[in-house]
Ligand binder design. Structure first.
Ligand code: ATP
Ligand code: MG
Length: 591
């Protein structure tokens, strides 16, 4: 079974069980300042898991683009990718544990769906601790369905517990499903530490609320949240030992072979080939959602992915520009399912070309820097060494792979202090990991009041821009932190100071009018007819939320928002700049 078929079967299965299909959110969370990327299907749904009403109802299903930079060191192994698709189903206060497990079981084993033999499966359930009891219900259900006791492992919080997303909030036990990839008969007793058992699906049961004083109380609205990795499932169903051997990556590798003028495809793909395929696939999707390479946050992650792919390309002997060629293969493979890739194809490829050219220049500068280092060492010194610190400097500042430094050093009769390099590298990694964790720690659930206000201000801003610049203005992207809003919109020219003033004034007038911010749910047709702005191509079958702010603004949006425009304070535009061709970016604050 091909990935496209599995994706479709999953959605169809859950539709047949009363779920409504929703659209994949962008890989960059729109209104969540605490996370760089969407890491799971659950992520865009957090407000609804916390009790907000979802316009599409209580049973949802989707496939979601995910980025996990935390798994970057694992990339190259058979089952960890930086970009992957997660299939999911949700119950928002509707069905709970029994139905969720029955659904998962039926989809995995039914002849009409994945048809996985029972004897290839094993599961884990929550073992219980001081906070919450053993999940006997899940344990017994699996047994009723035919999973023998030996194939059910009981594990603690580290493995079988989700949440809360922040310090407090919904959380609960989960149950994970594993598939035997070790060949032959699967062992009668399931050892979760054995890597040949690969996790494919995770069902989370949100049934507790963690309070500020650390207690776990039963939750009034119980939710189910599940996630299944499409690439992993595709690989196991095809009897492949890695995601890279499936058709998902075939055209990407074929293009890489063409770049290298390799006639016959290798049996097994090397680590370099895998990293190039994974990273450029991830980069293509990130670019497709409007991010461009840069120095901080998502743009920096994007830059690192592209540059690492280029360096791996050099290792394979690629001296020509190749990243946009690979991107075109990615777009060819996924464009039907993710049309944003096709719509942004030229921009994606242009950005890659630009980044690749810029990196070539950086490499050249780095080479000059390298030569200075060499010259500094007096000729009479016997043992010539490039210190770990300097090697790391070349790596960090000029993107010099350590292998490249070592090679160039050897040509000049130098050694590189590799141990010192490793130390400098480890120290840096520790620092950047701390940085990343810091970002995550606030939790997915930081929909603070300030964020809500900035979100409302974004609606007013869009309405004002359309009044001042014209109705061609449309939202191209939005990102909100607790401190500021950032809004990307379609418009060719730089705004004049007068236009900026006028927009500010309009927004502040709308704030002064102190209109109530009203949320109504309606079907898409009525929303359209009401003149609301927003993304109509959303596949929310049933209903959408429309937020109205006086006569000024009417937009389809998930929320959350402030209660009245008067709550917002004073609106001020800090910056108006180019974001990419035909797209301007405004950064603004509320004072
Ligand atoms: P693992 O322990 O194998 O890293 P996980 O516990 O991090 O998995 P979850 O967070 O439960 O995984 O995500 C749900 C599903 O998404 C997993 O069962 C798996 O199929 C898939 N998945 C998770 N991480 C990756 C990844 N880096 N690449 C591909 N698929 C993944
Ligand atoms: Mg993981």
């Amino acid at each position: 079974m091909k990935a496209n078929e599995i994706r479709q079967k999953f959605v169809n299965f859950f539709q047949s069980k009363g779920h409504v299909e929703i659209k994949s959110a962008p890989v960059v969370p729109e209104n969540d300042p605490t996370c760089l990327f969407t890491t799971a299907g659950m992520h865009p749904l957090v407000p609804y898991l916390q009790g907000a009403r979802h316009p599409a109802g209580k049973r949802l299903t989707d496939y979601q683009k995910c980025i996990r930079t935390g798994d970057i060191d694992e990339v190259g192994d058979p089952v960890h990718l930086t970009f992957f698709e997660m299939l999911g189903n949700w119950s928002l206060g509707d069905y709970f544990k029994e139905e969720a497990i029955r659904f998962s079981f039926e989809f995995l084993t039914s002849k009409d769906y994945l048809n996985i033999p029972l004897n290839m499966l094993a599961v884990t359930v929550f073992a219980g601790d001081n906070d919450a009891p053993f999940d006997a219900e899940a344990y017994e259900l699996w047994q009723t369905l035919g999973i023998p006791a030996g194939r059910i492992a009981k594990l603690g919080k580290k493995d079988n517990w989700w949440g809360p997303a922040g310090q407090t909030g919904p959380c609960g036990p989960d149950t994970e499903m594993f598939y035997w990839t070790g060949g032959g008969d699967a062992p009668a007793v399931f050892d979760p530490a054995d890597r040949r058992w690969v996790e494919i699906w995770n069902d989370v049961f949100m049934q507790y609320n963690k309070t500020a004083d650390g207690k776990y109380e039963p939750l009034s609205q119980k939710n189910v949240d599940t996630g299944m990795g499409l690439e992993r499932v595709t690989a196991i169903l095809q009897g492949k030992t890695s995601c890279y051997e499936t058709e998902i990556f075939a055209s990407i590798f074929a293009e890489l072979d063409a770049v290298r003028n390799i006639g016959e495809a290798p049996q097994v793909r090397s680590a370099s080939e895998r990293i190039i395929a994974d990273h450029l696939r991830a980069a293509t999707f990130i670019l497709g959602d409007g991010i461009t390479p840069g120095k901080v946050d998502q743009p920096y992650v994007l830059r690192r992915l592209i540059r690492r792919a280029i360096r791996e390309g050099r290792k394979l002997g690629i001296e020509t520009e190749f990243t946009s060629r690979i991107a075109r293969a990615v777009i060819g493979q996924f464009g039907q399912v993710y049309p944003e890739l096709v719509n942004n194809q030229e921009q994606i490829c242009d950005e890659l070309d630009r980044e690749e050219k810029q990196f070539a220049v950086t490499l050249e500068k780095g080479t000059r820097e390298f030569e200075k280092l060499i010259e500094r060492v007096p000729a009479h010194i016997q043992k010539k060494v490039i210190s770990g610190k300097n090697a790391f400097f070349l790596y960090e500042t000029y993107g010099f792979p350590i292998e490249l430094t070592t090679e160039m050093a050897a040509e000049k009769g130098f050694e590189v202090d590799l141990k010192g390099f490793e130390e400098a590298y480890a120290k840096h990694q520790e620092l950047s990991r701390q940085g990343a964790e810091q970002k995550f720690k606030g939790g997915l659930s930081d929909h603070s009041e300030d964020t809500a206000k900035l979100h409302s201000a974004t609606h007013l801003l869009q309405a004002a821009l359309r009044k001042v610049l014209g109705s061609h203005v449309e939202q191209k992207g939005s990102n909100i932190t607790a401190e500021r809003l950032r809004f990307d919109f379609s418009h060719e020219d730089k705004m004049t100071p007068e236009q900026i003033k006028e927009v500010e004034q309009l927004v502040n007038d709308a704030i002064a009018a102190n209109a109530e911010i009203i949320c109504e749910e309606m079907d898409v047709e009525s929303a359209k007819n009401s003149g609301a702005m927003g993304l109509f191509e959303d596949r929310y079958a049933a209903k959408v939320k429309v937020y109205t702010m006086g006569k000024f603004s009417k937009e389809i949006c998930g929320g959350p928002h402030a209660a009245k425009t008067g709550d917002l304070g004073k609106f001020k535009i800090l910056k108006e700049e180019s974001s990419s061709r035909g797209v301007r970016r405004i950064k603004a604050v509320l004072e």
